[in-house]
Design a protein. Structure first.
Lengths: 445, 281, 297
């Protein structure tokens, strides 16, 4: 009798626990799995619509999983190679494809490209380069991200300062920024960005490359951060704070902070992507007519004017699974790279699609903005440079740069000394990198 | 003369106390106030340095954004996790703490000691072994992993609190119930539970709070955004680059609201349950 | 005689107890054992490597400057939060005791931070302390304490980040301490105060010689609870700073998370977790030896 009572309780509790597991019983769905990291709901909607169209047209089944950018790197490491592995993933072009490729998770796309005679030259060549190891190609470019200079016309007019010219150098910008600064009103000419989460990448690294500096030497044996071009670029960057064009707390600002400051009228200039235009029109209508976009400045090196523009972007990759699924995955990628889909993406007014030719004749909602895209952003993509190829945790690397910045500003460390230290730290990073071009070393640890 | 000095001393003591209390209340309330206010501001209003103290005009747009973003879906997940955890914990810990209190079996002290020590285990240490375990059981990306890790985390605390409550109920009560013809289980249900109900409610509420607020397990084990709970969704908003602070603050308010309402209704029990241990020396 | 000692075995509830304890052991102790076991291996997730290396993980971790710095930060964080939390909690408990408050709303207000999740608290404080758009800096500007041109970055300046985390942690835990202390203080028998007042003791003397010793058991548990919570805290610091401006808020829990799920060195991460646990044990043991409250067994 007692035993029965006990068994009854056992049964009840197991049932209750099993209730919590009811959502576990799902088989892996047929077809392929697409990982969608976009945080912007409009972008998500466009992709979902596109996928639905793809499903109708081809009859293949595609399951979408939303994995935000902040989590996708970790999740990929955890599931790649297991049953939960995705098939197609949107990746931040610069570092993610190489990591996954170096770990052997990605499918080489050359076979598909050759078989279909895919016109890769129509697309921004950087996207294909991002995911290239040797001759193998692991990533297909979806959209390209490039940044221009935005400035507040009203603040320029107030101070009677000349507006940005296409042949501006960073020194010119610094001088103008100093004139625009009004400490009492809390207005600064050009608050720099010191935050390692992408801030350093968008603001300082273009300057580094414009000066001819780089992270490592050609053969990736040691870091060249302590050589004159890199040191000069860091010196210029810190001069913004040193000479008053940026506030001291700039070293802690991230790209969202400076955007908010620009909108609030506390910052006269900003480096940002095409989507900022739409953002300004929608969320800051009080600023209409008060801002303008221009080419970002360059540097005069050896008598020649050089402007280094970063092209970031998002690419599509295929994770190795079965031959059949890989084929479906390639169909999906081709679909996303097709003219209509690229135009759909362009119409979101966030970034430019990788098939730049496709946007000819396509207009944004606001004709002025369309003009800006055609005149400023489009030409810059043609000159774009990809970032370094060595792969370690990108953000660890940026944190080191951010640290150097803080050392120089807060601790008054000499710029050359600080860059010597930084070069040392980057040498150490080389030791633990997952992938080094030319050497393709495995990690020692 | 002496009396006046005492009164002055008393008054100044009281005013300093009030001032300190006000400062402490400000410390608590100001961030909450700021969160709610920011959530009500329009985008234009947000683009001001220095920020305004009150939104003009106030708008519910940011709150609607979060609901559109999927708040109801996330809330459903949080609710499932919470209910399952609470039921599991109660079912497991009630009989266990009853048994622990009533019988002096060999090894009892070890069990109690083990329960106490297990509270000190760092939650982060479970992250990876649990991940590998769930992966082997093919439970990754389900709500059950979060439930299981929550049950494991709350188990010992719940048992210990219930134990102290049940222990104060004299054994004669269940003995007399059994003499009247109940079995042990019946005694448990009919006698002990009603007697120890402040403790039980305290544990229930404690478990609800912990489950609703769980972050690390949900963050690490769940990839699919359809299965995220509210806290993880909120943290994701922070790392996405397309939200404004207004939207994030509105989301923060909505995430905190249910638990604060619940707490307001049941605070008496929670406080009673937890401070009972402090008062009994 | 012997039979009565084992009479529990005849109870059916015993089997349920056994079942529960078994589940507890599996869920709570087994992962530790497994973590301990895998800390002797070099495991790299994604590469499929698993190599036995004995104690090498432990040596590497213990000698790594990042780990030592992280431990140092965690100790400061724990000590600072517990101490500040107790000071503020104790003061508010004393005040509430003397003012004799009884409002349900007031109590809910004071306890609110405790039920709010660390994620919510982190988001709130993050914006509250925003250098330009946050309320805190603006209040202090308007009060004239900071100059307008002297904006302080509370969370992105490596000098202040850890302190800011401590303040947010205190915001989260002091209400709980305050209520527990209030319960304890209000249960101190009035005669002790009377006796002290008759002897002409000053308020400070009363606090130190009567109040504190009487609540020492509660204090003991609060400090222990506070230490455990703060030492293992992940959620709050992660959402606030993600390891902070150049690692200045990388407390141990974050260090383990990063080693395990960002660098993917699973063996080292488990080793660090075990080391954390041992540190906690040692601190706990030392603490109970030093602080022997009245009435503890």
């Amino acid at each position: 009798m007692r035993m029965n009572k006990f068994l009854l309780f056992l049964l009840v509790s197991i049932m209750i626990i099993a209730c919590g597991k009811k959502d576990k019983v799902e088989e892996k769905p047929p077809g392929i799995v697409l990982w969608l990291p976009f945080g912007n709901k409009r972008a998500q909607d466009i992709i979902v619509e596109g996928v639905n169209e793809f499903k109708e047209r081809t009859g293949h089944s595609v399951t979408i999983a939303k994995v935000p950018w902040g989590e996708i790197r970790t999740k990929l490491r955890l599931v790649a190679g297991t049953d939960n592995s995705p098939n197609v993933v949107f990746m931040i072009g610069i570092d993610m494809p190489i990591v996954s490729a170096a770990m052997g998770h990605l499918r080489d796309l050359r076979e598909f490209i050759e078989k279909d005679n895919f016109p890769i030259q129509d697309y921004c060549k950087l996207g294909w380069q991002y995911g290239a190891i040797g001759d193998a190609v692991y990533s297909a470019p979806y959209f390209v991200e490039v940044r221009c200079l935005y400035y507040r016309k009203d603040l320029f007019e107030e101070k009677g300062v000349e507006t940005p010219r296409p042949d501006w150098t960073w020194e010119d910008l610094l001088e103008v920024a100093k004139k625009l600064t009004d400490k009492e009103k809390g207005i600064y000419g050009f608050p720099i960005v010191g935050d390692p989460q992408d801030g350093i990448f968008f603001y300082w690294i273009p300057i580094l490359y414009a000066y001819g500096g780089d992270f490592y030497d050609k053969d990736y044996t040691h870091s060249v951060f302590n050589e004159p071009p890199a040191v000069e670029s860091m010196r210029l960057y810190t001069r913004f704070i040193g000479e008053g064009a940026a506030p001291k707390e700039s070293i802690g600002y991230n790209i969202i902070d400076v955007r908010n400051l620009f909108k609030a009228g506390k910052s006269a200039m900003l480096l940002d992507a095409p989507f900022m235009m739409r953002d300004l029109r929608q969320s800051a209508p009080q600023l209409s007519g008060k801002w303008e976009a221009a080419f970002p400045p360059g540097v005069i090196v050896n008598g020649k004017f050089k402007r280094a523009v970063f092209c970031g972007g998002v690419t599509l990759t295929i994770f190795k699974s079965t031959e059949e699924e890989d084929q479906i995955a390639w169909e999906l990628i081709k679909f996303f790279l097709s003219k209509e889909q690229q135009i759909n993406w362009y119409k979101l007014e966030i970034h430019l699609p990788s098939n730049i030719k496709s946007i000819e004749g396509v207009e944004w909602a606001n004709p002025e903005d369309s003009q800006r895209v055609q005149n400023l952003f489009k030409p810059m993509i043609e000159d774009g440079i990809p970032e370094l190829k060595v792969v370690f945790d990108r953000f660890v690397g940026y944190e080191l740069i951010s640290n150097t910045l803080q050392n120089i500003i807060l601790n008054n460390l000499d710029v050359q000394k600080a860059m010597d230290e930084l070069a040392e730290q980057y040498n150490d990073l080389l030791e633990t990198a997952i992938y080094v071009p030319g050497r393709n070393r495995e990690v020692k640890k | 003369m002496r009396k006046r000095k005492l009164i002055i001393k008393d008054l100044s003591c009281k005013s300093i106390s009030l001032l300190v209390l006000l400062l402490i209340l400000a410390f608590i309330i100001l961030p909450i106030f700021w969160v709610i206010i920011t959530g009500l501001k329009t985008d234009t209003d947000l683009a001001h340095v220095p920020p305004s103290y009150f939104p003009s005009p106030p708008t519910l747009k940011n709150f609607l954004y979060f609901i559109d973003y999927g708040a109801l879906k996330f809330a459903k997940n949080s609710l499932i996790i919470t209910l399952t955890t609470v039921i599991c914990v109660l079912v497991l810990t009630l009989p266990t703490s009853y048994f622990l209190s009533r019988f002096r079996f060999p090894g009892r002290k070890i069990v109690i000691g083990g329960l106490v020590i297990s509270q000190m285990f760092p939650g982060i240490l479970y992250l990876i072994p649990y991940y590998q375990l769930f992966d082997a059981l093919n439970l990754i990306n389900t709500l059950s992993c979060v439930t299981i890790s929550l049950v494991s985390a709350n188990f010992s605390f719940s048992i210990l609190i219930l134990f102290t409550f049940i222990h104060t109920i004299p054994q004669e009560i269940d003995e007399s119930a059994m003499i009247d013809g109940c079995s042990r289980f019946k005694a448990l249900i009919k006698v002990i539970i009603p007697a120890a109900y402040p403790g039980i409610i305290a544990i229930t509420i404690y478990n609800i709070v912990i489950s609703w607020n769980v972050f690390l397990s949900a963050y690490a084990y769940i990839t699919d955004d359809a299965k995220m709970n509210l806290q993880v969704a909120l943290a994701m908003m922070e790392s996405a680059l397309y939200n404004t602070w207004g939207q994030r603050m509105a989301a923060t308010t909505l995430v905190a609201l249910p638990i604060i309402i619940l707490f307001y209704i049941f605070q008496r029990y929670l406080v009673q349950g937890l401070t009972a241990g402090a008062v009994k020396e | 005689m012997l039979l009565s000692r084992y009479k529990y075995l005849r109870e059916s509830i015993f089997w349920f107890f056994l079942f529960s304890i078994l589940i507890f052991l599996i869920l709570r102790f087994f992962p530790l054992v497994y973590g301990f076991y895998s800390s002797f291996f070099k495991i790299r997730l994604g590469f499929g490597e698993k190599e036995f290396i004995g104690l090498k993980n432990y040596f590497e971790v213990l000698s790594s400057p990042k780990f030592l710095y992280s431990t140092f930060l965690t100790i400061i964080y724990t000590a600072g939060s517990v101490f500040l939390g107790l000071v503020i909690g104790f003061s508010s408990a004393l005040i509430m005791n003397s003012i004799n408050w009884k409002s349900k709303l007031l109590r809910a207000l004071i306890l609110a931070p405790w039920v709010v999740s660390p994620v919510v608290a982190a988001m709130s404080w993050k914006f509250f302390l925003d250098p330009n758009f946050g309320l805190f800096n603006n209040i202090f500007h308007n009060l004239g304490i900071f100059a307008r041109t002297d904006v302080v970055c509370w969370l992105s300046d490596k000098r202040f980040a850890l302190f800011t985390c401590i303040v947010t942690q205190v915001w989260l835990i002091f209400p709980f301490m305050s209520i527990m202390l209030l319960a304890a203080i209000s249960s101190i028998p009035k005669e002790r105060y009377e006796a002290a007042r008759v002897d002409g003791a000053s308020p400070f003397q009363i606090i130190f010689y009567i109040t504190l010793p009487s609540i020492s058991l509660t204090l003991f548990f609060l400090i222990l609870f506070g230490m455990i919570t703060c030492f293992n805290m992940f959620d709050l610091v992660w959402v606030l700073t993600r390891g902070g401006p150049v690692g200045s808020t990388e407390v141990l829990a974050l260090y383990v998370f990063r080693t395990g799920l960002r660098d993917f060195r699973i063996g080292a991460a488990n080793a660090t977790g075990i080391i954390m646990f041992l540190i906690m044990l040692v601190i706990g043991a030392i603490y109970s030896k030093i602080y022997k409250p009245e009435g503890v067994q």
